[in-house]
Design a binder for this molecule. Structure first.
Ligand SMILES: [Zn+2]
Ligand SMILES: [Zn+2]
Length: 346
């Protein structure tokens, strides 16, 4: 079977990849769609993730969906042909965090398509993929598998909103109108936010955010003056989600939050050492929270997608066959064209 294998910076090859035997509790999934995430792009451009270089041929991809192709021994509840979304988190189930309902902080997490461990946990941009049955969440037969592949990024967004706490009636700022930022805005609306303002530096991506139903879009490429004005007319934002990874966005959020407001850090920075105005954090009594991946929100994401309560279709901008995977990654890196780019495998 074929997989997209990263061998170096911008060196992605579609090549034969060994089929592995199914172990107990495992299933083989024929992959249908895989969304390219910011972290996949980071691997493509830098051949590393933060402090974790890629040390061996590496298959990226963790936003994947498909159909069960083969069921291993000891698996119940899944049969050949079932459509599924694959949860890329594989926590150990035995550490203190796992035992206390905080699996995402697992000290022995295996997350698909990640170089944090060696040997690396290979990802799912491949024609078939073997995973534990517990990671496969069935989806309705009439749900397009391209939509099911949004379960992972949507669960990141749901987790970020969950971290903020109740936001019924809140005025919300989202910095960064990429797929995660847009999904955070949509999840905030679902959770009862009164108004969601989304800021970015690219008009095309803001236009998609508008199509996705977000209330106000602000281009901050020439500074955050318009954002400060918008926040002042309403007394400031109650909650800000930083999903751009731009240091200036952290500053804007801290400036435009109401006293007592909450900042949730979702985005990843290329250089994570970001100076912040600590005086404002102190005198406004802001809450600063981190949000990393997701826990049980994955199942909720599948439910919201299946019921249509969240419509992600305006965010799917491109779809490429596996044979054009390099082009898919190149387009995904061009924010004037792309929102969510997917690779299709069958
Ligand atoms: Zn992702
Ligand atoms: Zn654990």
């Amino acid at each position: 079977m074929r997989a997209t294998v990263l061998h170096g910076i911008e060196d992605l090859k579609v090549e034969d990849w060994p089929e592995v035997e199914l172990g107990s509790g495992e299933v083989r999934v024929r992959i249908a769609a895989g969304g390219i995430c910011g972290s996949d792009l980071h691997y493509f451009r830098h051949y590393r993730m933060g402090n974790y270089p890629v040390l061996e041929p590496f298959v990226p991809g963790h936003e994947i969906s498909g159909r069960i192709a083969e069921v291993g021994p000891g698996v119940s509840g899944l049969s050949e042909g079932d459509p599924v979304a694959i949860n890329p988190s594989r926590p150990c189930g035995a550490c203190d965090f796992c035992l206390n309902g905080r699996e995402l902080l697992c000290t022995d997490m295996k997350f698909l398509g990640s170089s944090r461990r060696t040997p690396h946990v290979q990802g799912g941009f491949a024609e078939t993929f073997v995973t534990e049955a517990r990671q496969c969440v069935p989806v309705p037969g009439d749900l397009p598998l391209s939509v099911a592949a949004f379960a992972e990024p949507l669960s990141v967004a749901l987790h970020a909103v969950n971290r903020a706490g109740p936001i019924l009636g809140a005025r919300v700022l989202v910095s960064g109108a990429g797929p995660i930022g847009c999904l955070v805005g949509m999840a905030a609306r679902l959770s009862g936010a009164a108004r969601v303002t989304i800021a970015d530096v690219v008009d095309q991506t803001l236009e998609r955010a508008r199509l996705a139903g977000l209330d106000d879009v602000v281009n901050v490429s020439k500074g955050d003056g318009a954002l400060v004005d918008a926040s002042q007319s309403s007394g400031g934002f109650d909650v800000a989600f930083e999903a751009s990874g731009a240091p200036t966005a952290v500053l804007s959020a801290i400036r435009t939050l109401k006293p007592g407001g909450t900042l949730v850090q979702v985005g990843t920075f290329v250089d994570p050492m970001v100076p912040v105005p600590t005086d404002l954090i102190m005198t406004k009594e802001l809450r600063l929270l981190g949000s990393f991946r997701f826990d049980r929100e994955f199942d909720w994401a599948v439910d919201y997608l299946s019921s249509g309560r969240i419509d992600v279709t305006p965010l799917l901008s491109h779809s490429f066959d596996i044979g054009d995977a390099t082009e898919a990654f190149q387009i995904a890196g061009d924010r004037t064209q792309a929102m969510k780019v997917q690779i299709t495998f069958s």
